[in-house]
Write a new protein. Structure first.
Lengths: 595, 273
């Protein structure tokens, strides 16, 4: 049966969103009710002209004796209607053009997109002034002018989103299935851009309000006897020195409406952002758990009872102990979610701040890794090699300046010294024309060459430990063999200790002296590389992993499918001597049951 | 390599297919005259490293890329010379299972809607096609009730099975599986490979299985085709090619597989203290 992989995100109510919605509701209520009760006060001409504030007229009266407050409140209806209509036209036309462009043949698409871009580059208010001047004065010509002027921006955003969604596999698959263009838009494109479009609509609403008010203010929009906020400001301008209060109310109303639309837009954006709402938890600390027999005080790296947990307290790594001796290559194998990368990254001190790390001991030589260490010490004692050489380099900078960064920043070497040492290091791992490579940009080098350059750069600081996190996963198989050969040579000739993380059993058994099998945040089995290669494994999970691996050496009729749930994960085939003694060859199969 | 003409016609045949991107001085020829054929009920494994042209070959077969030269024929009919309408009718004859199970399913449509669209792209109503949807879901060993659910409720392996069901539901003549296990964990990969193995027997599938993983291709394929820089360097029965590779590149490729018989990365460090 299907298990829930990712629970559906719950809608997050932020305070801004609530305030925005409350404010907008008040405005809508005003728009509905004010014209019913206040029309008379707002529109009837009375002899009490140009009065100051009084109990009867809170904000005074205008030139014709009409109540300023009532006029501002009644104007809400027309203003909101105009703004809503303008936004609706802009949004609907924008979406229609934006998606239709995507359906059009390549040349037409390119041409229309250029036109839209040119239109976006032109200031929209001047554009709408131009349209309003052509259409003439009046309420609906203002609406039309502003909406036409807002279409390009919306169309461009929709086209951009459509372009990115159409890159997804489900769209190309739908085309292969023979689904028609309009169906692709309604079934696949629009539903997947609904959220950003909604957020954008709220923002467009706010800017439209300002634009409409501006048009009315300069006399191109709403004409007497009708009035909106902009028109009221226009009337107030004449008396700005004698009756300053007349300008205050419409201004406040514009601000409140605009602000509430903006708050709703921002609130929706925050609510739909899956990365929002994270809380940061505790830092690393030493735990009170007694020392386990697993750790080894003689070793170069000693990790005793490491646990890593989420801010909400869910344990991800549950008491892992391991040791790495000088000159030893230790492999961590496991499937995704096994905790292998978390274990390695907590040694490197590179876990996200919000994860809680605790351990009895975690040290590299004399360096206590549980404390906040000097970044310089960390950077020079641990060398890191990441999975994807294509993304771990900055594409804008030359290879040389990125590779020599640690030497220059942390070891304080001069540019020339660092450059010279790096060129030698590149030559050492058989990269051709090292000087030329240093001046090139990352895209000019192949993935394998980048990865080897990365390895070379970790070596120039002469680290005590190299942590390699799936360093060959993104590489082609022949290049992978090359890079593994490189690791082997470094280990043999320089005696550098390594922690090598991989999901690939074949890779691990070929390179590593010791192998640690992890699942569900726990160590299930420790064995030597030779034992793994020979298939001498004890834990049923490790056995199942081997049986699940297809091999060119033999064709298995049916692969065994592993389900972590099928195994009693508390049953740990964890040979104490394998970790402590280092030879790890006595296969007594001591069985321990962890708590 | 000459295209072997056999009595029974291959489902798919590529003859001297060339694909060139760009023109003039910046032109890059990605496929340099590729010959290949797949017979009914057989699986052709296509291996090669990045830049070898294996994905371009798949795109050319599916019609996403136009070959600059050569013939691609389905059941003897040349696709490159077909009219637009004919081509649209042919389109459903080849289906592709994409690599990434996370971007291959529309997050806003239920599994039933997704499968209904494959069954009938015009009237994709899951209620009308509920019987067929249940059938295809049971083929991939999922409960028919999952038709009501959305993709985010499924694991990567289950999504990949659904993507396979979607390709099957079209009942195509040929399925192209493009790196369908490379984004998956080992145990999930085993589950998908077992499913593919079972479907090949039950449904007599004709398939092109593209992968960079030689172990995986070895496991699923009848025949194998090795691509190198846009050229076919070796094509033949899978056991023959793996057992006795003729081309030095194939040899090099097979020897690079960790754990394989010819794999060697040098001596271990002598003493571990």
């Amino acid at each position: 049966m299907a298990e829930t992989a990712r629970p559906r995100r719950r809608f997050r109510w932020t305070s801004g969103l609530i305030v925005g919605i409350v404010m907008m509701s008040v405005m809508i209520l005003t728009a509905l009710l004010a014209p019913l009760f206040l029309s008379e006060a707002a529109e009837k001409l009375t002899p009490q002209a140009s009065q100051g504030p009084s109990a009867e007229h809170w904000l005074g009266t205008d030139d014709f004796g009409r109540d300023v407050l009532a006029r501002s409140l009644v104007a809400t209806r027309l203003t909101l209607l105009m703004t809503a209509a303008t936004t609706a036209i802009a949004v609907i036309a924008g979406i229609a053009i934006g998606t239709a462009v995507w359906l059009a043949p390549r040349r037409i698409r390119a041409a229309v997109l250029r036109v839209i871009e040119a239109a976006v580059a032109y200031p929209s208010l001047i554009f709408s002034l131009l349209i309003a001047a052509i259409l003439g004065q009046g309420t609906w010509s203002a609406v039309l002018a502003i909406s036409i002027a807002s279409i390009p921006a919306f169309a461009r955003l929709t086209a951009n989103m459509a372009a990115s969604i159409s890159q997804r596999n489900y769209v190309s698959t739908a085309r292969l299935l023979g689904v028609s263009g309009p169906h692709i838009i309604t079934r696949h494109l629009l539903p997947n851009m609904a959220e950003p479009l909604l957020v954008l609509t709220a923002t467009v609403f706010a800017t439209t309000l300002i634009d409409l008010s501006s048009l009315s203010f300069i006399g191109l929009g709403v004409q007497n006897p009708e009035y909106d906020f902009g028109r009221l400001l226009n009337e107030a301008l004449v008396n700005i020195y004698s009756q300053p209060l007349q300008a205050v109310m419409p201004s406040i109303m514009i601000t409140i409406t605009g602000l509430s639309a903006m708050l709703i837009g921002d609130g929706l954006a925050a609510a739909t952002d899956p990365r929002g709402g994270r809380k940061f938890g505790s830092l690393r600390k030493a735990s009170e758990i007694p020392a386990s027999m697993r750790a080894d005080s003689e070793a170069l790296v000693e990790v005793d009872n490491l646990t890593v947990s989420t801010p909400s307290g869910v344990p991800l790594v549950k008491g892992v102990s391991l040791s790495i001796h000088a000159g030893e290559v230790v492999g961590l194998v496991g499937e995704s979610g096994s905790g292998k990368s978390l274990t390695a990254m907590s040694i490197a001190g590179l876990l996200p701040e919000e994860l809680g790390v605790s351990a009895k001991t975690m040290r590299l030589g004399e360096l206590n890794l549980l404390k906040k260490n000097n970044p310089r010490t960390l950077a020079t004692s641990i060398g890191l090699v990441y999975q994807d050489p294509g993304t771990s380099f900055n594409p804008a900078l030359r290879i040389g300046s990125q590779l020599t960064e640690v030497s220059r920043v942390h070891l304080g070497q001069s540019r020339t010294t660092a450059f010279g040492r790096m060129v030698k290091a590149l030559a050492d791992i058989r990269i051709t024309q090292p000087e030329k490579r240093m001046k090139q940009h990352p895209h000019e080098l192949s993935g394998g060459m980048l990865q080897r350059a990365m390895i070379a750069s970790t070596l120039v600081t002469d680290p005590r430990l190299i942590i390699a996190d799936e360093p060959t996963t993104a590489l082609d198989v022949t290049v992978q063999a090359d890079v593994l050969r490189q690791f082997r040579t470094i280990n043999r000739e320089m005696g550098t200790a390594m922690l090598f993380i991989s999901h690939d059993i074949g890779v691990v058994q070929a390179l590593c002296d010791k192998v640690i099998v992890m699942n569900g945040g726990k160590i299930l089995e420790r064995l030597t590389g030779e034992e793994l290669a020979a298939g001498k494994v004890k834990h049923p999970y490790t056995k199942a992993l081997l049986a699940a691996t297809p091999s060119i050496a033999e064709r298995k009729a049916e692969l065994v499918t592993v389900s972590a749930k099928d195994f009693a994960l508390d049953e740990v085939f964890d040979d104490a001597s394998a970790a402590a003694g280092g030879d790890g060859t006595n296969g007594t199969g001591t069985k321990e049951t962890a708590k | 390599m000459s295209a072997a003409i056999t009595q029974n016609q291959p489902v798919l045949e590529l003859r001297d297919v060339k694909v060139t991107f760009g023109s003039g001085r910046s032109a890059a020829t990605v496929l340099k005259g590729v010959n290949a054929s797949i017979h009914a009920g057989k699986t052709l494994g296509i291996v090669g490293e990045s830049g070898s042209g294996k994905s371009t070959m798949a795109k050319a077969v599916v019609g996403l890329v136009k070959p600059s030269d050569g013939v691609i024929s389905f059941s003897g009919r040349d696709v490159t010379k077909m009219s637009g309408a004919e081509h649209r009718r042919m389109r459903r004859a080849v289906q592709m299972v994409p690599q990434d199970p996370y971007s291959s399913l529309n997050p806003r449509r239920t599994i039933g809607q997704t499968l209904a669209e494959a069954i009938d792209p015009l009237r994709a109503n899951p209620k009308e096609h509920s019987e067929k949807i249940s059938y295809w879901l049971s083929t991939i060993r999922l409960d028919p009730e999952v038709a009501e659910r959305y993709p985010h409720e499924f694991s990567g392996g289950q999504r990949q099975r659904i993507a396979i069901a979607r390709a099957l539901a079209v009942q195509p003549k040929l399925i192209i599986a493009d790196e369908i296990t490379s984004a998956l964990d080992l145990s999930v990969q085993a589950e998908i490979l077992n499913l593919i193995g079972r479907l090949r027997k039950e449904l007599d599938l004709t398939m092109a299985f593209i992968s960079h993983d030689l172990d995986v291709v070895h496991h699923v394929s009848d025949e194998i085709l090795v691509l190198f820089h846009g050229e076919v360097v070796e094509h033949g029965d899978v056991d023959a090619v793996y057992g006795n590779p003729q081309h030095p590149y194939t040899r090099h490729l097979i020897d690079s597989v960790p754990g394989g018989p010819g794999f060697d990365i040098g001596e271990r460090r002598v003493a571990v203290v």
